[in-house]
Design a protein around this ligand. Structure first.
Ligand code: KG4
Ligand code: ZN
Length: 342
């Protein structure tokens, strides 16, 4: 499928949660992708504090945009459009990015556009990092697994999405984060859990996989309770490596099973996996093995495009600008909005 992208240099901004991000793109080619992590700021609270996140974005947004420009040979005046995440997310955090985009519209006289964060994740597979990148076939099934969402999406083509199933309670990343916290692993927890699981015995602790009436739905709250019970029962005897490996395995197996089931039943032969949890090396390994066995094509973005970043927002924005979409100074930020409504 031929997809048209915005034929010019584009600045993308992402501030929906706790990372201040800016990227420069040329069509769908990424020229720079800068992420300023607030990880150290939120670490001691064990999670993101919304007001602190917004204030940090306010301090970082212009230096990060400057850094994204400096990392390329593109002068500021060559930027001919700006796209920004405006939904869903923390409202204070989103507002900083949206305000920056409006300021650029005013000062440079360029078009701007608000982008749905999840469409950024879904279309992150279309980014061109090098000439070898494998593009996904359409239609495909996309698994979005992040800290806030777990969704199976039938992607007919860019802009045409049908949500097949989502989580009934915790998102996959949230479940990993909560389990990691119970094991007293450091924030950011998903990566700490993956690191702790290296050389761990994934079959040591039996953890439950939710059995649900809806075959495409997910539920991870039972896992959190089971890990809590395990920690209480084992006390100081718990083997952190084995516990981390067992938790990672059950989450990765659940995600891959449902993704492949959807693929089979919808008679689709390509899958994509996006969002922060797609950075998990065990999940990537299981899915690549399973897809190979079933001759299903698979596209998982480069690690740098899995967790939140502005390049993926640039891809989704570039595709929508090319379709003629745009926004004016009334562009607003929204805490919630389903991908189905865009
Ligand atoms: O997409 P993302 O950066 O932010 C949201 O939109 O939520 O996803 C963040 C989530 C967190 O829950 C984090 O623990 C998880 O992605 N994560 C990982 C890994 N890296 C990030 N989970 C498992 N393994 C990883 N390597
Ligand atoms: Zn995200």
């Amino acid at each position: 499928m031929k997809i048209d992208f915005y034929p010019g240099k584009l600045l993308a901004i992402e501030t929906s949660c706790d990372d201040t991000c800016a990227a420069i793109l040329d069509e769908n080619r990424i020229l720079s992708n800068i992420i300023s992590s607030q990880c150290n700021l939120h670490k001691k609270w064990g999670g993101v504090v919304p007001e602190m996140a917004a204030r940090e974005h306010l301090l970082s947004i212009l230096p990060v945009i400057d850094e994204a420009l400096e990392a390329t040979n593109v002068p500021k005046d060559d930027i001919s459009a700006c796209v920004v995440t405006n939904r869903p997310g923390l409202i204070g955090s989103l507002s900083i990015g949206v305000s920056a985009a409006k300021a650029l519209k005013l000062s440079l006289g360029i078009p701007i556009l608000g982008v749905h964060h999840h469409e950024g994740h879904v279309l992150s597979t279309l980014a061109k990092l090098s000439d070898q990148d494998v593009f996904p076939a359409f239609p495909h099934i996309c698994l979005v697994a992040s800290g806030g969402h777990t969704e199976l999406i039938y992607v007919e083509e860019p802009g045409n999405y049908k949500i097949l199933g989502s989580t009934l309670d915790d998102a996959a990343g949230e479940a990993l984060d909560k389990a990691a916290r119970l094991l007293k692993l450091e924030y950011p927890s998903g990566k700490s859990l993956q690191d702790a699981a290296v050389n761990g015995d994934k079959a040591r602790y039996r953890l439950p996989e939710a059995k649900l009436g809806d075959k495409y739905a997910f539920s991870f709250s039972g896992l959190k309770t089971a890990v809590l019970r395990l920690v209480e029962k084992e006390g100081s005897n718990i083997d952190i490596k084995d516990a981390a490996a067992s938790i990672q395995e059950v989450v990765a197996k659940t995600l891959s099973k449902k993704l492949l089931l959807a693929c089979e039943e919808m008679k689709v032969n390509h899958v994509t996996v996006v969002g922060g949890v797609a950075a998990n090396t065990r999940l990537r390994e299981i899915l690549r093995e399973e897809c190979k066995k079933k001759s299903i094509g698979i596209t998982i973005p480069h690690f740098s495009l899995c967790t939140d970043n502005a390049a993926m927002i640039g891809i989704a924005g570039s595709y929508r600008l090319a379709k003629g979409e745009g926004a004016d100074y009334t562009l607003d930020a929204y805490a919630n909005e389903s991908l189905m409504n865009i």
